[in-house]
Ligand binder design. Sequence first.
Ligand code: PLP
Length: 359
Amino acid sequence: MTTYNFCAGPAMLPTEVMLQAQEEFINWHGRGCSIMEMSHRGKDFMAVAAKAEQDLRELMQIPAHYKVLFMHGGGRGQFAAVPLNLMQAGKTADYIVSGAWSKAAAEEALKFGAVKTQQIQHKVDGIRTLTAEKDWLINPNASYVHFCPNETVDGLEFTGVPETEVPLVADLSSTILSRPLDVSHYGVIYAGAQKNIGPSGLTVAIVREDLLPKASSNIPAILDYRLAAENDSMFNTPPTYAWYLAGLVFAWLKRQGGVEAMGKLNQQKADTLYGYIDQSDFYRNDVAPQYRSWMNVPFLLADERLNDLFVSEAENAGLLALKGHRMVGGMRASIYNAMPLAGVQTLVTFMQEFERVHG
Ligand SMILES: *Cc1c(COP(=O)(O)O)cnc(C)c1O
């Protein structure tokens, strides 16, 4: 039976990538050992690492004055790294709170200095919506403004950026590489790998050079952007296997036609699923259409008592990990880059059948 894994993270990886990793697992390119058993400073791994960075730069068209850092610690590691590296004495940091993850980022930053939060998610007639970025209140003296363009738990996404001179810091953990984006708008972009890049354990941070800290006496070395940049992300042993696998994913993305092609496919996947939900009285999604996430689609059953049955029957049909986040309830289908259109179509067919039997 073909299975499709809708897990929010760690999420599915492209089958082609998994097969390549399997083939190379024990004896990488005839070297007699696995890539994960090699020195990170040896020329083989250095070449793998450099190729991964080069491919990511190409995919995202990252300008030369940005450093690409391969770090540890996931999204939450960056929740600490951002204030530690970017907060300036006597200035606040602005946090735009659009959902669960940006809220958690603001709470972490509060440990390190003055933080000003602005709540932008609200409900209008039972529909969850956001304040548009042109109406955000940004302090022109803030060290930076942090926001999360795709709220993985809430299923809310926005693509706009505010017009301000203050450096923009974006948590792209669950939307990086899913559609084109202009890196030059941002000061820092970061993403835990386990949603759209590769396995967990790796975090990518893209940092504009002028934002690298000048003095880093109080920054834990492992979270220090400057140290990471000066040492080509090898100040300490990087997560080599995750880095290698991310490289395979980047090469796969290039073969798919890059972020332009992924954007079209992701829109088609999202339209297919939301389109079906919207015409049904049995299922609903409560996010305003212009802020619906292309990556994480939460949906509710009209009769919540059927939730467990839905999840278990879906699993029997090979549709995995559809249980919603405990904060939102219902179901959630995460449909990142690696999820093929066929997976979404199979889900919709299952939903139709479930509605026919239980509706
Ligand atoms: C998953 C996620 C995180 C947390 O990532 P960890 O690697 O578990 O720390 C942070 N932000 C967003 C938007 C996420 O989706």
